[in-house]
Ligand binder design. Structure first.
Ligand SMILES: Nc1ncnc2c1ncn2[C@@H]1O[C@H](COP(=O)(O)OP(=O)(O)OP(=O)(O)O)[C@@H](O)[C@H]1O
Ligand SMILES: [Mg+2]
Length: 252
């Protein structure tokens, strides 16, 4: 049975998409079967893996035109792509009963084909994120160690509590990790300490450092391991992947 992880933070540009892709690719390199779900109308995850104008996508599936059709990027790394039209789904679904369960229902027939499903959430706490939290076992929150990083996180935690209470009682915060970290910056170090004191053991030891290769890889349509396997970015995401796998080993 797959572990379903929603990668979420309603703050924009904190590294959700970069992390979903590279944790997914890291897990795949470790022999796991991985499905990435692009649940963002910006479709950055899809574009970053060179998927343009897909025939089957999350919007069509949400509209009920077809079931989820995973697109293989690698043998064991599959993607449910997004398209910009997904932004119309939110208003279209306002009157639909059980609209919070659409993703969970769509995933059900294919979930057993995977070890991990990673859902790349949009930078909002709207219907798509609610669908991700309803379908997920865990939420991973990427954060930048910058001023005001914690501001607004209360809203995400409150949404998680409501969804856990009403819709999905297995939902937990699986972990928090720091992205775009620069240890030379005093502010980064200071905010990191605040985040660690706030969330204690939920914070992964691995910090994803600032690394230009991570920003370049999407232009080539590649994950970091295929783009530059000896980069700092590849090292950090592999370390995070190992930490994730060891958490599951020790918990189960
Ligand atoms: N560790 C890093 N080092 C350098 N650049 C990074 C790093 N992580 C992400 N980036 C770059 O920062 C930008 C934002 O990252 P990303 O798109 O992953 O964030 P996001 O949280 O998904 O954004 P959004 O909220 O818009 O969905 C991208 O251009 C990405 O390539
Ligand atoms: Mg994104």
């Amino acid at each position: 049975m797959a572990k379903v992880i929603a990668v979420s933070n309603h703050k924009g540009g904190v590294g959700k998409t970069t992390s979903a892709i590279n944790i997914g690719a890291g897990l795949c390199n470790k022999g796991k079967k991985v499905l990435l779900v692009d649940l963002d109308p910006q479709a950055n995850l899809s574009q970053s893996l060179d998927i343009d104008d897909p025939q089957f996508h999350i919007y069509g599936a949400i509209k009920g035109l077809y079931p989820l059709e995973p697109l293989p990027v690698l043998k064991n790394l599959h993607v449910i792509p997004s398209v910009s039209e997904l932004s119309s789904a939110e208003p279209e679904l306002t009157a639909e009963a059980g609209r919070e369960f659409i993703l969970s229902e769509l995933l059900e027939p294919i979930i057993d084909n995977y070890d991990f499903v990673l859902i790349d959430c949009p930078p909002s706490l709207g219907l798509f994120t609610i669908n991700a939290f309803t379908a997920a076992d865990e939420i991973y929150i990427p954060m930048q160690a910058q001023y005001l990083a914690l501001q607004g996180i209360g809203k995400l935690l409150a949404l998680k509590d409501v969804i856990k209470k009403r819709l999905n009682n297995k939902l937990e915060i699986g972990g928090i990790f720091i992205t775009q970290f620069d240890r030379r910056k005093v502010l980064n170090r200071y905010v990191l300490e605040t985040i660690e004191s706030h969330f204690s053991e939920k914070v992964f030891d691995t910090r994803i450092r600032n690394n230009v290769a991570l920003a370049e890889a999407p232009n080539e349509g590649l994950d970091i391991f295929r783009y530059q396997k000896n980069s700092i970015g590849a090292f950090d995401y592999m370390k995070l992947t190992n930490e994730i796998l060891s958490r599951y080993k020790s918990n189960h």
